[in-house]
Design a protein around this ligand. Structure first.
Ligand SMILES: Nc1ncnc2c1ncn2[C@@H]1O[C@H](COP(=O)(O)OP(=O)(O)O)[C@@H](O)[C@H]1O
Ligand SMILES: [Mg+2]
Length: 243
């Protein structure tokens, strides 16, 4: 394993932020400016809502963090490592530190709830002993122990998203990245989903959640970063490190 990969998957080493974007510009196809002069620092253990109108650059921000897109200019540092300079062979190690939660769940309907979560561990080559401990544990965390043998099609939207969260958590990531995780579920269930993310955050996992649902954001005491026209327009409620 290379030095950069070791750093990223290693323990969170105290004195630096988890996610840092420095002077980022992202221009698609030489024409569409999605982000410009964009600076953002997210500390280890923070919960951050990213809000803003459609087209303001929220998903682009997450794609840059996951290295699904490359910035046109600027630097991105994840857990102390500059990922802009990272080799493509190292990207899988970066992704393993991130649990991704999707708006449309992306569950495999041929598989049971249990198998969907287990599959995420198969991908990283986990052994059966480890899986048989970890999968029931995370299903318990999201309150789905009794639905383990069901298929996604038999679940409500809120339950499907809880499977999505169990899958995101199962490999013990440093951070959860969620793009509109409540976008396809009804408002009463949405509250529970964010509450659950809050519980996960209490255990130390950094959370970045994109949403345009201002009503739900207002119900929680977390940091809110508002993006407008590719820039940070507002940044409120940031907790001091260690508080
Ligand atoms: N792959 C892409 N190719 C070209 N333009 C894109 C692409 N992805 C996003 N954009 C454009 O970049 C801007 C920001 O998009 P996006 O980050 O998806 O915003 P949001 O998630 O806030 O709705 C929009 O103008 C969008 O049309
Ligand atoms: Mg988006």
């Amino acid at each position: 394993m290379t030095k950069a990969a070791e750093l990223i998957i290693g323990e969170v080493a105290g004195n630096h932020s988890m996610i840092e974007l420095q002077n980022i510009t992202k221009i698609y196809d030489n024409t569409t400016v999605a982000l410009k002069d964009f600076n953002l620092t997210i500390d280890d253990g923070e919960f951050v809502f990213v809000v803003g109108a459609s087209g303001s650059g929220k998903s682009t921000l997450l794609k840059l963090i996951m290295k699904e897109e490359e910035p046109t200019g600027g630097k991105i540092i994840i857990n102390g490592t500059d990922i802009t300079a990272m080799k493509s062979s190292e990207i899988p190690y970066l992704r393993r530190t991130m649990g991704i939660v999707f708006q449309d769940f992306r569950l495999i309907d041929k598989m049971t709830v249990y198998e969907n979560v287990e599959f995420a561990m198969d991908i990283v080559g986990a052994g059966s002993k480890e899986k048989s401990k970890r999968v029931p544990y995370v299903l318990g965390l999201v309150g789905l122990s009794d639905k383990a043998r069901r298929r996604p099609s038999e679940l409500s939207g809120g339950e499907k998203q809880r499977v999505g969260m169990a899958r995101a958590l199962v490999n013990n990531p440093h951070m959860i990245i969620a793009d509109e995780p409540t976008g396809n579920i009804d408002p009463s269930m949405s509250y529970e989903i964010v509450e659950l993310l809050g519980e996960i955050n209490k255990c130390g996992t950094t959370i970045v959640m994109v949403t345009h649902d201002i009503e739900i954001v207002k119900k929680f005491p977390f940091r809110i970063v508002e993006i407008s026209d590719g820039r940070v327009k507002n940044d409120v409620g940031r907790r001091n490190k260690g508080v």
